[in-house]
Design a protein around this ligand. Structure first.
Ligand code: ZN
Length: 103
């Protein structure tokens, strides 16, 4: 039986018995020309692109942190933590609303 552990609360999740959510976060520099294939490539486009496309997204061969600024994070979440996560994925301070309109 395969067990997973929620990366937020530590709850044990049994595969195939309990719902589990996977969070994947890709972080990379906005200067990385990943979104510039068709335009703004005014210098040696073929050479650059072939160098900067090291692998497909599904290559799960260990950490990818060595490719420049590119980092991938992966977490398992239980349903309760997933519900909280999607409300505030970046963990920002949540402004409290007590129904005071200020008018
Ligand atoms: Zn949890």
């Amino acid at each position: 039986m395969i067990h997973f552990t929620c990366d937020l609360c530590g709850k044990t999740l049994v595969a195939h018995q309990e719902l589990r959510y996977v969070v994947k976060i890709d972080v990379y520099s906005a200067l990385n020309p990943v979104e510039m294939y068709d335009e703004e490539l005014d210098k040696d486009p073929l050479e650059d692109v072939s160098d900067l496309l090291p692998s497909s997204e599904e290559a799960h061969e260990g950490p990818q942190a060595e490719e420049g600024d590119f980092q991938t994070f992966r977490y398992d979440l239980c349903p309760a933590c997933h519900a909280e996560f999607i409300k505030n994925p970046l963990g920002r301070p949540v402004p409290r609303k007590f129904g005071i309109s200020g008018n």
